[in-house]
Design a protein around this ligand. Structure first.
Ligand code: HEC
Length: 157
């Protein structure tokens, strides 16, 4: 039994080490064009900006802060996937490249997912408790995003 356990531990270690070499996701942030960022296009109140920075920007901008454990497989694979997919859906660094209509629908979507508690992602909150949004935070963020969506919609036609 003891030898079996030893063998199992050694095998697990070998697999873990091998995983570090199989696939190393790219953790360099794409550069940000300052003329396209959300804050260069819209005046964002300070409290809302701080919320977006602390709870959303890691996955929805090109300013991802990559923690040390995001270098270690298999966590690195999961984190890199979330960041890649998050940026595809909504990227505050590329806001200015979106059409008005898309900006309006993204604002509407922000209000929806925050209200439903779908964002920030649960897995993210586990390791970033500071990203938790209080009820008051959520109310503020949702009503801001809805106002933005309305005024963008009104300026589409
Ligand atoms: C850990 C990474 C992560 C964080 C943090 C995060 N998101 Fe996301 N977000 C994603 C991913 C991945 C998707 C795409 C998959 C999905 O919809 O679940 C997404 C999708 C979205 C969408 C698009 C939904 C749709 O169906 O089109 C919106 C809007 C959004 N997030 C807003 C936010 C807001 C607002 C915050 C902060 C309060 C936030 N997210 C925090 C990863 C993240």
């Amino acid at each position: 039994m003891k030898t079996f356990l030893k063998a199992a531990v050694v095998l697990a270690l070998v697999v873990f080490v091998a995983m570090q070499f199989i696939h190393r996701p790219d953790r360099t942030n794409p550069s940000e064009d300052p003329s396209l960022t959300l804050t260069s296009r819209i005046t964002v109140p300070e409290d809302v900006r701080a919320m977006l920075d602390r709870a959303c920007a890691d996955c929805h901008s090109n300013r991802t802060r990559w923690p040390w454990y995001s270098a270690v497989a298999p966590v690195s694979w999961l984190v890199a996937d979330d960041v890649e997919e998050g940026r595809e859906h909504l990227n505050f660094s590329e806001w200015g490249a979106y059409s008005r209509k898309r900006q309006a629908s993204r604002m509407e979507m922000i209000a929806t997912v925050v209200d439903k508690g779908e964002m920030p992602m649960k897995s993210y909150l586990l390791v970033h408790p500071d990203a938790e949004l209080s009820e008051a935070d959520k109310d503020l963020l949702c009503s801001w995003a809805e106002d933005q969506s309305d005024s963008l919609m009104n300026s589409v036609e």
